[in-house]
Design a protein around this ligand. Sequence first.
Ligand code: FUL
Length: 472
Amino acid sequence: MKKRLSKTFLVSLLLAGSLHAEEVPSPLPPLPSPQQVAWQQMETYAFVHFGLNTFTDQEWGYGDVPLDKFNPTDLDCEQWVRTFVESGMKGVILTAKHHDGFCLWPTKYTDYSVRNTPYLDGKGDIVGQLAEACRKYGLKLGLYLSPWDRHQAFYGTSLYPEYYVLQMEELLSDYGDIFEVWLDGANGGNGWYGGAKEERKIDRRTYYNYPRIIETIHRLQPKAIIFSDGGPGCRWVGNESGIASTTNWAFLRKDDVYPGYPQFRELGPGHADGDTWMPAECDVSIRPGWFYHKGEDGKVKTPEQLVDIYYSSVGRNATMLLNFPVDRTGRINPIDSANAVAFRGRIKQELSHNLLPRRKAETDGCFETYKVLQSGESLEVKLTSKTKLNRLLLQEYIPLGQRVKAFRIEWHDGKAWQAIDAGEETTTIGYKRILRFPTVGTKRLRLTILDSRAPVLLSEVAAFYAPEHGKE
Ligand code: FUL
């Protein structure tokens, strides 16, 4: 008979001397760091794009916009943070500097910052104000510092990487704990560059001296996750629509991918043969643009669209980084706030009430306990009475590696097992997989591991019934 033992049970057997150590599942590299696991458990966090572009209706400022344009009349970082908390976000990442080179904090290293704007007579520090609001409301703070800088005259010379690393040091020393640092991959070429107004090409792989930047971040903020196309903390998912690949390995081949990587389509599924843990993050804006444009007030994603994005990101082993374009007053627009809060309400309604009996390691709601399943093995879960179900949530115990390659789910109609068709391939699980499917009424569910890299450590299985709007 095959063993199906929870980790806690295994540990107690080991302590009692009745089981050999080799029967405890061994880790299967690549493995996540504890920080990567904690980061993935955040699941949803906010992004804020705000800066001179907000006042010029642009997405990519050229780097020449006069500083007197920046004057939010009613800026309130607490209003942002309250919106994020109410919409279930666990952190926020702010564009401290976007490609136009404008800095939202009074940096020592350039005049092109809030210090020389009319906002609070140059006394403002939006990174600091947000850090304070985050502390007050218990939200984590992350920062985006664009490597590409279309303002600085010395961009493209050997001086610029020195400037960049000094700014990074400043940001990571002065604002408390930073949970994520965002290294964007865009390098469009042309810019203002101190009035030169020309195209400047750099070698994306070598110019910025990424090893030094990464060493600096690790030194100053050892717990921070570093985002870029290729990590080293988490990877871009390869699109800006919030859609992870249905097959989603949290692995990449070490050093293959760098910011601005041309074969970014590989980033959706990840590298199945990768040797480094690199989970995917789905960045997506609640509006078509990243920055605020009044003309997009009627194009804010609806709660339903945000729910779809949640299932295609968090529900497919990725995180969801939802952007809020702060408007010219310095606040999150009420339409965006209302839709984000309603989105969270819908997710809570759909996924709060697990209908499976919470008796075993894999149904106890505890990530740390798991059931071991061999490839080819099935797990049947019985409900106490016939129950309507249309959502299934699965989790692997990723601290010991991501293992499942293919699985099948079925329900019993009283006579025979019927396949559940979630409308998408059921290959990888990873940290979390959530499937939506047409409602079934059943007393029995079955999960079969069709293929796996090694015995599977199933941390959670949960099932839900989401009210079908308009169908009750
Ligand atoms: C992209 C940038 O070019 C966009 O402006 C935005 O910041 C997005 C999140 O990343 O690469």
